[in-house]
Design a protein around this ligand. Structure first.
Ligand code: HEM
Length: 120
Protein backbone atom coordinates (compact mmCIF):
# COMPACT_ATOMS: atom_id res chain seq x y z
CA UNK A 1 0.00 0.00 0.00
CA UNK A 2 2.77 2.44 0.99
CA UNK A 3 4.57 1.45 -2.22
CA UNK A 4 1.58 2.67 -4.26
CA UNK A 5 1.72 6.02 -2.39
CA UNK A 6 5.50 6.13 -2.96
CA UNK A 7 5.10 5.55 -6.71
CA UNK A 8 2.28 8.13 -6.84
CA UNK A 9 4.54 10.75 -5.15
CA UNK A 10 7.35 9.81 -7.57
CA UNK A 11 5.05 10.62 -10.52
CA UNK A 12 3.56 13.77 -8.92
CA UNK A 13 7.08 15.00 -8.07
CA UNK A 14 8.43 14.70 -11.64
CA UNK A 15 5.26 16.18 -13.21
CA UNK A 16 5.30 19.12 -10.79
CA UNK A 17 9.01 19.72 -11.43
CA UNK A 18 8.68 19.64 -15.25
CA UNK A 19 5.49 21.75 -14.97
CA UNK A 20 7.26 24.42 -12.90
CA UNK A 21 10.20 24.56 -15.33
CA UNK A 22 7.73 25.03 -18.23
CA UNK A 23 5.88 27.74 -16.25
CA UNK A 24 9.12 29.53 -15.42
CA UNK A 25 9.74 29.77 -19.17
CA UNK A 26 6.29 30.78 -20.36
CA UNK A 27 4.55 32.36 -17.34
CA UNK A 28 7.03 32.94 -14.50
CA UNK A 29 4.69 35.24 -12.57
CA UNK A 30 2.37 32.26 -11.91
CA UNK A 31 5.12 30.64 -9.83
CA UNK A 32 4.71 33.42 -7.26
CA UNK A 33 1.35 31.93 -6.23
CA UNK A 34 1.48 30.63 -2.68
CA UNK A 35 0.11 27.19 -3.55
CA UNK A 36 2.77 26.65 -6.24
CA UNK A 37 5.47 27.63 -3.75
CA UNK A 38 4.31 25.33 -0.95
CA UNK A 39 3.09 22.28 -2.93
CA UNK A 40 6.55 21.08 -4.10
CA UNK A 41 7.81 20.98 -0.49
CA UNK A 42 4.79 18.97 0.59
CA UNK A 43 5.16 16.56 -2.38
CA UNK A 44 8.90 16.01 -1.87
CA UNK A 45 8.49 15.57 1.90
CA UNK A 46 5.81 12.91 1.31
CA UNK A 47 8.05 11.23 -1.31
CA UNK A 48 10.94 11.03 1.18
CA UNK A 49 8.67 9.97 4.04
CA UNK A 50 7.07 7.16 2.02
CA UNK A 51 10.60 6.04 0.97
CA UNK A 52 11.73 5.94 4.63
CA UNK A 53 8.63 3.97 5.64
CA UNK A 54 9.35 1.45 2.84
CA UNK A 55 12.96 1.11 4.09
CA UNK A 56 11.72 0.24 7.60
CA UNK A 57 8.81 -1.92 6.39
CA UNK A 58 11.01 -3.97 4.05
CA UNK A 59 13.87 -4.13 6.62
CA UNK A 60 16.14 -3.04 3.79
CA UNK A 61 18.87 -1.77 6.16
CA UNK A 62 19.53 -5.26 7.51
CA UNK A 63 20.88 -6.48 4.17
CA UNK A 64 22.90 -4.94 1.37
CA UNK A 65 21.76 -1.32 1.55
CA UNK A 66 24.18 0.48 -0.81
CA UNK A 67 21.31 1.05 -3.25
CA UNK A 68 19.32 2.93 -0.53
CA UNK A 69 22.28 5.28 0.06
CA UNK A 70 22.58 5.74 -3.73
CA UNK A 71 18.87 6.58 -3.92
CA UNK A 72 19.17 9.13 -1.11
CA UNK A 73 22.19 10.81 -2.72
CA UNK A 74 20.34 10.73 -6.05
CA UNK A 75 17.32 12.42 -4.45
CA UNK A 76 19.54 15.14 -2.93
CA UNK A 77 21.11 15.76 -6.37
CA UNK A 78 17.65 15.70 -8.04
CA UNK A 79 16.28 18.29 -5.59
CA UNK A 80 19.46 20.44 -5.69
CA UNK A 81 19.66 20.48 -9.50
CA UNK A 82 15.91 21.13 -9.60
CA UNK A 83 16.36 24.26 -7.47
CA UNK A 84 19.21 25.44 -9.74
CA UNK A 85 17.07 24.78 -12.85
CA UNK A 86 14.23 26.88 -11.45
CA UNK A 87 16.42 29.75 -10.23
CA UNK A 88 18.80 30.13 -13.18
CA UNK A 89 18.29 30.98 -16.83
CA UNK A 90 19.57 30.04 -20.27
CA UNK A 91 22.16 27.26 -20.64
CA UNK A 92 22.64 26.86 -16.87
CA UNK A 93 18.91 26.19 -16.48
CA UNK A 94 18.83 23.52 -19.19
CA UNK A 95 22.03 21.81 -17.98
CA UNK A 96 20.62 21.65 -14.44
CA UNK A 97 17.27 20.44 -15.83
CA UNK A 98 18.97 17.64 -17.84
CA UNK A 99 21.03 16.69 -14.75
CA UNK A 100 17.89 16.49 -12.59
CA UNK A 101 16.15 14.24 -15.15
CA UNK A 102 19.24 11.97 -15.36
CA UNK A 103 19.22 11.71 -11.53
CA UNK A 104 15.53 10.89 -11.53
CA UNK A 105 15.94 8.10 -14.10
CA UNK A 106 19.01 6.78 -12.21
CA UNK A 107 17.01 6.65 -8.93
CA UNK A 108 14.19 4.79 -10.68
CA UNK A 109 16.54 2.17 -12.19
CA UNK A 110 18.37 1.74 -8.84
CA UNK A 111 14.97 1.21 -7.15
CA UNK A 112 14.08 -1.60 -9.54
CA UNK A 113 17.51 -3.29 -9.82
CA UNK A 114 18.55 -2.70 -6.13
CA UNK A 115 22.01 -2.08 -7.56
CA UNK A 116 23.68 1.36 -7.38
CA UNK A 117 26.20 0.34 -10.06
CA UNK A 118 23.75 -1.32 -12.46
CA UNK A 119 25.52 0.27 -15.47
CA UNK A 120 28.81 -1.58 -14.90
C1 HEM B 1 12.85 10.69 -6.99
C2 HEM B 1 12.92 9.84 -5.99
C3 HEM B 1 12.53 8.40 -6.05
C4 HEM B 1 12.19 7.60 -7.13
C5 HEM B 1 12.14 7.97 -8.62
C6 HEM B 1 11.89 6.28 -6.59
C7 HEM B 1 11.47 5.21 -7.35
C8 HEM B 1 11.04 4.00 -6.84
C9 HEM B 1 10.46 2.91 -7.60
C10 HEM B 1 10.22 2.92 -9.12
C11 HEM B 1 10.19 1.89 -6.74
C12 HEM B 1 9.58 0.52 -7.07
C13 HEM B 1 10.65 -0.52 -7.22
C14 HEM B 1 10.10 -1.90 -7.48
O1 HEM B 1 8.96 -2.20 -7.14
O2 HEM B 1 10.82 -2.74 -8.05
C15 HEM B 1 10.61 2.33 -5.41
C16 HEM B 1 10.54 1.57 -4.27
C17 HEM B 1 11.21 1.87 -3.10
N1 HEM B 1 11.81 3.07 -2.79
FE1 HEM B 1 11.89 4.71 -3.97
N2 HEM B 1 12.09 6.29 -5.22
C18 HEM B 1 12.49 7.55 -4.85
C19 HEM B 1 12.82 7.97 -3.58
C20 HEM B 1 13.08 7.12 -2.52
C21 HEM B 1 13.68 7.47 -1.25
C22 HEM B 1 14.14 8.88 -0.86
C23 HEM B 1 13.77 6.33 -0.50
C24 HEM B 1 14.31 6.15 0.90
C25 HEM B 1 15.48 6.51 1.27
C26 HEM B 1 13.20 5.26 -1.27
C27 HEM B 1 13.11 3.93 -0.87
C28 HEM B 1 12.42 2.94 -1.55
C29 HEM B 1 12.19 1.59 -1.05
C30 HEM B 1 12.70 1.01 0.28
C31 HEM B 1 11.41 0.92 -2.01
C32 HEM B 1 10.84 -0.51 -1.91
C33 HEM B 1 11.64 -1.50 -2.70
C34 HEM B 1 10.89 -2.79 -2.87
O3 HEM B 1 10.01 -3.12 -2.05
O4 HEM B 1 11.18 -3.52 -3.83
N3 HEM B 1 12.79 5.77 -2.49
N4 HEM B 1 11.11 3.60 -5.50
Amino acid sequence: MIKIFHLAFVLISIFSFVGRVILSEIQPEMLKQKVLKIAPHVINTLLLLSGFILVIQGQWLSGEYGWIIAKLLGVLAYIGLGIVALRSQGTARWLAFAGAIVCFVYIGIVAVTKNALFFL
